[in-house]
Ligand binder design. Structure first.
Ligand SMILES: C[S@@+](CC[C@H](N)C(=O)[O-])C[C@H]1O[C@@H](n2cnc3c(N)ncnc32)[C@H](O)[C@@H]1O
Length: 438
């Protein structure tokens, strides 16, 4: 633990400075709000200091990315704006406390600092593996109370360590697994990857830790416990997490699934907010809209959709030569005659033109996202796995051209951007794209 903690040593002086402010407030009988509070302290400063003092690799390895004010208020927008949050609330991966700060903004406050902190301390629960983050969370909560008007202090003998006994260093997953008893779980868990335990019912192998936090809530939360979770978009849209989504539908009454967009200017990952309430398990009736609906006929009704099978750094060339199409050789959009392609000798499934190719790698908002290239020619061809092949069921080039037109439309771009916020397109998402006449 010591050498691990040392990795945050550059950040520690900042934590100590915020603790000094909190301690000074606790030692004064009358606190001046303007003298004490630098408002950045409650709004983004911790994230800036962490970025300035701690290497990106270290932050990534811990999943230490704090919610911005915009994101945390978006996540908790449905909570009553004041006086409503009088239920015990846990953040199992508390970081610098940004979500709990948003919760505490809505809690009752009195002029008396110690009294306010004691009341908040009964309700606010948190865990983090990093002691510095836990210390900072507590100190920031003290400063929040001051900023909200708790500027008198009837007991100047108290010290910081006495407050927030339920915000502690520890493993939040363990706490969720043990069935934490309380009213509301708020979380923006780490988005790092880990290997799922053997025998996990909804996943295996490399799994996003945020998914494991969500599953721990689903499987262990007492009925009636609310959930507000900021999660990476791959959980909303990735085929890999379909079983987790089903588990969530069985165990949670899901009230909303709301895409937010990019986490912030520094963490290039799209997130969404899941809100709901744990309940006794019920069959998954699939009423939850994880992505926009798809009435009518779809592209998948007219095309067989496959990922290109050739993985060039893995497959060995020892077979007969065929035109070989990869993301570098095929132009974006328009029509391409496969007889102009270089040859490859991979022993993989061949595709007979006409068909449409779409690049798998793309990010939401990219102009090239989903753009289709119609491939013509008379020979069977090999396709690399950065490309998706759309093979018309009716075998007609006309149908391919219609698909390319559809894929190039503003409608398709907007739909794909909402359906899949990850950096690649999936076969399933393309199949679900609504066809013109439906
Ligand atoms: C994405 S940050 C979120 C912090 C905070 N909830 C927010 O929204 O700003 C995730 C935090 O989880 C912590 N963490 C990672 N694994 C954890 C675990 N098993 N138990 C508790 N905290 C953990 C990291 O140290 C990091 O502070």
């Amino acid at each position: 633990m010591d050498s691990e903690s040392a990795l945050l040593s550059g950040f520690e002086p900042y934590v100590a400075s915020v603790e000094d402010l909190a301690t000074a407030a606790l030692r004064s009988s009358s606190i001046s709000r303007s003298e004490q509070i630098d408002f950045d302290l409650l709004d983004g400063q911790a994230a800036v200091r962490l970025r300035d003092t701690t290497a990106l690799d270290t932050r990534r390895s811990r999943g230490a990315f704090f919610s911005s004010t915009r994101l945390r208020s978006f996540a908790l927008a449905e909570e009553p704006s004041s006086g409503g949050s009088c239920i015990a609330t846990l953040d199992p991966a508390v970081g610098a406390g940004d979500l709990l700060i948003e919760v505490a903004r809505r809690m009752p406050v009195s002029h008396d600092l110690v009294q306010t902190l004691q009341q908040w301390g009964l309700l606010l629960h948190g865990r983090d593996l990093e002691p510095e983050f836990v210390r900072l969370t507590k100190a920031r909560l003290v400063m929040l109370a001051v900023s909200r008007g708790a500027t008198e202090n009837g007991d100047v003998s108290t010290d910081l360590g006495q407050f927030f006994p339920q915000i502690r260093v520890g493993d939040g997953l363990e706490l969720l697994d043990s069935g934490w008893v309380g009213g509301h779980v708020v979380m923006n868990p780490p988005f790092t990857y880990h290997l799922a335990d053997e025998g996990t019912s909804w996943t295996s192998g490399r799994t996003n830790l945020a998914a494991t936090f969500l599953a721990a809530f689903c499987q262990n939360a007492r009925p009636g416990t609310k959930l507000t979770a900021i999660l990476p978009d791959v959980i909303r849209t990735g085929s890999r997490y379909a079983r987790l989504r089903s588990l969530a539908c069985e165990q949670i009454h899901i009230s909303s699934v709301e895409p937010f967009g990019r986490f912030d200017d520094w963490a290039d990952v799209d997130v969404f907010v899941l809100r709901g309430m744990a309940r006794a398990p019920q069959p998954n009736t699939s009423e939850v809209k994880w992505w926009p609906g798809r009435p009518g006929r779809t592209l998948g009704d007219r095309f067989d959709v496959h990922v290109g099978p050739v993985v060039p750094h893995r497959d060995i060339e020892y077979g007969p030569k065929h035109p070989y199409l990869d993301a570098r050789s095929v132009p974006l959009g328009g029509e391409f005659d496969s007889s102009d392609a270089d040859l490859g000798g991979f022993q993989r499934r061949l595709f007979r033109p006409p068909f449409v190719l779409v690049r798998r790698t793309s990010r939401p908002g990219d102009k090239s996202r989903g753009v289709g290239t119609v491939v013509v020619g008379s020979q069977d061809v090999l396709v690399e796995n950065h490309l998706i092949v759309l093979k018309p069921k009716d075998g007609l080039i006309h149908t391919c051209r219609r698909a390319a037109e559809l894929l190039g439309s503003r409608y398709a771009k907007a739909w794909l951007d909402e359906r899949i916020r990850c950096r690649h397109l999936t076969v399933r998402a393309l199949r679900e794209l609504r066809w013109f006449d439906s």
